[in-house]
Unconditional design. Sequence first.
Length: 371
Amino acid sequence: MPFQIVRNDITKMRVDAIVNPASGLPGYGAGIDKAVYEAAGAEALYKRRAEIGRIECGAAAVTEGLALPAHYIIHTVGCPWRDGLSGEEDIIRSCYRSSFAEATGLGIETLAVPLLASGSFGFPKGIAMSIALSEIKSFLDDHDLTIYLVVFDDESYSLSSERFGDIDAYIDSNYVAEVEEEEYPADDLSGAESRRERRRGGLFKTNRKMMAAESMAIREEATMGAAPAANFMQAMAFADAAPAPAKKLEDVVKNLDKSFMELVFTYADEKGITDVELQKKANINRKAFSKLRCGTTKNPSKATALCFAIALELSLDETKDLLSRAGLALSPCSRQDIIVQYFIEHEAYDLYAVNEALFAHGEPTIGDVEA
């Protein structure tokens, strides 16, 4: 931890290393690989790459970053999508794991990795995202590295009504209508229908950079009924869970005098969560966490506060109480707040799934932020 999904040009990112989806043999084709060579200096990078020779599918190797802002380039070789039954997913997972192993060996602190196999290799975007999130999460559970998952354009990740339909309905029910009508004046559609059409029809694209729908049915057909690995779907498996029982009066009263961070660590102690576990679960970098821990930063940003609420698996009432200690509150005028509130209400405490939904709806992700 921490981790962010960003829309950027990976060749311009000032990180310690970037991952390049490379060809097996020295040389480059189209897409990201070509962009990396051209930005790094094609002739010089080709010479470094030729010294490595062949890279097998699923493996990775390192060269200098040369003219790139990044110090290193980790080259990894994927494979094209066939039918989902030919081991393609295993190869792409190996690409991530091999790249992360190289990053660990380099001793770096920041890494930018593209959404592997989602371009010319033709992996369905939902499957590519699912693989990326699960491999990044697995790696960051045991390593302290900042990873940026880089998306290049609006089509690199798509909003699917099948995956996010419940959230869309929740937004329609909870978002203050007057705010949206002020942002988007009424047209020939009205109310919730208009909002859904704007969201799904791309009218948010200029201001929100919304993305078009892609059905998860592709994955279901390809895997012949296998359980979906999508991070979001796993997190929402318990969406119909019963609401948490109301807190007893004495439990509420005993914490009235606590500051924001005092209450955070009270909850952490009650739940047996260590400082290291809390920092990782909250997707907050060590520097920001340390400032909050020692009191250098008295109150956090709302994004950081929401990260703590998710990490501590607080109820909605507990979340509102915690936010109030920092002079903050959930706003019905904020789609970001409403989406996070949706996950809290449904007890789906997975920041990766939360950020996946935020990103798909064109909202800022939470975590890896200055406190």
